[in-house]
Design a binder for this molecule. Structure first.
Ligand code: URA
Length: 209
């Protein structure tokens, strides 16, 4: 059978490949159209996502929706997923083996099927899939060309809810997103210019997200 988002979602719902499955109420495959131009990748389901089976429906999800509204994007136009599809107990960080299992089994297939022009990583766990040694405080808001798409690291909305200065930074980064989409659709002409800049040294910021 040809692979599809529905096949991936059905496998996620039945998954028992890593220890996270045993504590879940629902797994959270992700949602959005199969032809989304923009894909957001968070860390993993929290309490509300585990209860509902849907990504980003709690406080950080509301904030994400607000920022999408701000740039005239509707949630229904973008694909929203997570690095791991089941809630880590007590919202602990996902373990490397859980990340490896879940991304190779599901997330990378979703990316291949959707083939988004822009992937926005929310927080350090999804950023690390592409930039394992980067510091989010240094590279947030800066698009990187990877193959034919842009990867854009953003702070996690939950981090921004905890720290006022990050909230302003995340809002500012979101305002740049439509320009990045336009840039990639125009053939990525300016992406390398952006990447060539050495990011300025920034003070240590919250590294939890
Ligand atoms: N945080 C995440 O990283 N993902 C969600 O779906 C919700 C909160």
């Amino acid at each position: 059978m040809a692979d599809s988002l529905e096949v991936v979602a059905a496998e996620v719902l039945a998954c028992s490949q890593c220890p996270l499955h045993s504590g879940r109420t629902n797994s959270v495959p992700g949602e959005g159209p199969s032809n989304a131009k923009i894909m957001f990748i968070g860390e993993g389901p929290g309490f509300h996502e585990d209860q509902s089976g849907r990504p980003f429906v709690g406080a950080s999800g509301n904030f994400l929706s607000e920022m999408l509204d701000m740039i005239n994007l509707n949630r229904s136009e973008v694909f929203i997923a997570n690095v791991v599809k089941c809630r880590p107990p007590g919202n602990r960080d996902p373990e490397p083996v859980e990340i490896e299992t879940c991304t190779t089994s599901y997330l990378y297939r979703q990316i291949e099927l959707i083939d988004p022009r822009v992937i926005v990583t929310l927080g350090r766990f999804s950023m690390a899939l592409w930039f394992p040694s980067a510091r989010i405080s240094r590279i947030h808001g800066q698009p990187k060309k990877v193959g034919s798409r842009l990867i854009v690291p953003f702070f996690h909305p939950a981090a921004a809810l905890h720290q006022r200065s990050l909230r302003d930074t995340l809002i500012e980064d979101f305002t740049k997103l439509p320009g990045f989409v336009a840039q990639v659709e125009a053939g990525l002409q300016n992406a390398s210019d952006v990447n060539d800049e050495t990011p300025p040294e920034e003070p240590q910021q919250l590294s939890l997200f």
